[in-house]
Ligand binder design. Sequence first.
Ligand code: PMP
Length: 460
Amino acid sequence: MTLISNSLAVVDIATTLHPNTNLRQHERTGPLVIDRGDGIRVYDDRGKEYIEGLAGLWSVAVGFSEKRLADAAYKQMLKLPYYHTFSSKANEPSIRLAEKLIEMTPSNLTRVFYTSSGSEANDTIVKMVWYMNNALGRPQKKKFLARTKGYHGITIASGSLTGLPGNHRDFDLPAIPVRHLTCPHFYRFGMEGEDEAAFTARLLAELEAVIAEEDADTIAAFIGEPLMSAGGVLPPPAGYWEGVERICRANDILLVSDEVICGFGRLGTPFGCQKYGFTPDIMTLSKQITSSYMPLAAVVFSEAIYDAIADNSEKIGNFGHGFTASGHPVATAVALENLAIIEENDLMGNAVRLEAQFQAGLKSFADHPLVGEARGAGLIGALELVSDKNTRKPFEKIGRAGALASGIGHDEGLIFRAIGDQLALCPPLIVTSSDISEIITRLGRTLDRLPAAIAAEGLV
Ligand code: PMP
């Protein structure tokens, strides 16, 4: 597919550095210019229709044409388009949203800090925790524990917490003290002869061993996504999170649930930690908080953390952290309206009602010769492509089969995300049962065409 005759594409190629893109390849093939949205669908600048099977970047809960969000933004822009929250300034939408988030999240979380992106929120968490431990007179308690294949963003601290080589390599990351533990994905990281329970026990023993080795007095926090998403949609094994929580509590290590994708009903529970039975001290929220119509993220955290930070700010005269857009009135007004839409239409209930159909649809491809594993929870899932189903052997040139599948998917009118050779799906929460049937049909057509494309490239 070449799009470079399109003048927008020519300008894009000449001007823009695209995130997460092979840039020289992009110069040859050009962008897919998305022009407009309608419900779960988007249309490119030639009018071709696609089902957005990844809700943009796992985020557009209410679909791509929710007028109420446009109206909420317009109304707020006319009244107060911008104000900040430095030096005790406040605005109504950001106050109301903080109240709402505290009401929605587990009861031990009582305070909110706003940023514009998930990365900034996770950087904020690192800095808040460091500041807190300095304030508490334990400056050595600074290390973070994270997991291989975890995704927490790409700024210096959040990118360090991320456990994906592609986000570290040649960026000189990690740049903060962090230990990455084994990824809790049984299919790939389970050992020969190990069942899932033994796998979980091994991961928990590893966590205890790392804490003993590093010394609990030097470890500030453990961060994880309830269900790892950008690493390939990896549901945790049973008992994993209960064990992690117990070990963190026993060692005075804060537990951070990065809910940027799982939050607001993606897994059928309001937050992912509720699905897997743990209670964090801190949560990272973003994406579905505004359905990504406006950039917004929030850190929601406990009173004990707040108290330590607040006391120190009085002692030294300031909490010297904050963004120009922290508590942006338009972003927070849009979030309030978006959360109202999610509630009024019971979109979290929709994820519960449609989970079985969606997951069964993905599982129906488990017998396909190229599919090693079909997995997921709620309205998020993935198919992992392998070159040998029996041995689970990945393709030698990782990412090429995924890229071919993604291209065929586009042709079939379905956008999903190829993470290496894992095909991730995460449709808008407004999907209906017939939408899911259509997604599975288009995915099936894509998989039908894939073996020939792989053979033509000689992939093994
Ligand atoms: N945490 C998680 C779990 C994420 O999935 C993401 C983004 N995909 C981030 C953090 C970073 O968010 P942002 O891209 O807004 O910086």
